[in-house]
Design a protein around this ligand. Sequence first.
Ligand code: C2E
Ligand code: CA
Ligand code: CA
Ligand code: CA
Length: 275
Amino acid sequence: AKEENRGSFRFFEAGMDARMQERRQLEAELRIAIEQGQFEVHYQPLLDTGTGRIASFEALVRWNHPLRGLVQPVEFIPIAEESNLIIPIGEWVLRQACRDARDWPEDVKVGVNLSPAQFKRGDLITVTLSALSNAELAPSRLELEITESVLLHDEAWVRSILERLSALGVGIAMDDFGTGYSSLSYLRTFPFDRIKIDRSFVADLVKAGDSLAIVQATIQLSQKLGMETTAEGVETQEQLAILAGEGCTHVQGFLIGHPVRAEEARQLVTPQAPR
Ligand code: C2E
Ligand code: CA
Ligand code: CA
Ligand code: CA
């Protein structure tokens, strides 16, 4: 029995080793990717349900890996966050998004996701202001998206940063609403301009009554708090019709458009592409 146990333990160890090695490999490759600029930003449109026009684009990072091809965030953001490499990656995304947004009409905004690690350093405000001024973009054209995990980090510190950014005119959105913890008190004490309803609620909006009730309540809540509401993951006309009927101000999802490269995004909001 002793031998068997040892055998299975070693097998388990080998499995751990392989995962650890894979992780370390990916982290090393991420460092190279940062040095060599292997990232790109894709843009997904948010539609204004009132006007039927594109109100903004969300910046979504992709890793253009020399061998693996286009790597999606789910495969590298967690490792980038654990290793703090999300700090330089996130800063690059922010700067690139501001540069790309400069080519869009002035009423089209850009949304950029921020990770908790980007708040740990003291320079988020400086970096944001520098990204805006280098791109000659008005602060009101930028909206920063944060999840509740950011607020759990160090509430007072995060609040002071968000309040300063908000005072400068930068928009603040609560991302993936409904999936985290004690969201309601955060809505009261942080300067949010927008609630983004997580796509899990939109996914079974039509079938299940519970999701519809949650979506209705969230839209009413954000209306009463003077915020806008974006529903994420809108894939069908039926979902769009329900959301628009409930007063959801913006929708985002494959029905409206998939994330596309900067040039394609520009063409979506520029009537005549210059030749
Ligand atoms: P997110 O912020 O919730 O972004 C929306 C995700 O939903 C995107 O996945 C988008 O492609 C996907 N999506 C949009 N519409 C639909 C739809 O109709 N149906 C379905 N099933 N999915 C839809 P993506 O690009 O893979 O990004 C995944 C997550 O990675 C993002 O979730 C965000 O948390 C993170 N992420 C992406 N870019 C960045 C970044 O630059 N910085 C940070 N910190 N995180 C990022
Ligand atoms: Ca987001
Ligand atoms: Ca504000
Ligand atoms: Ca989201």
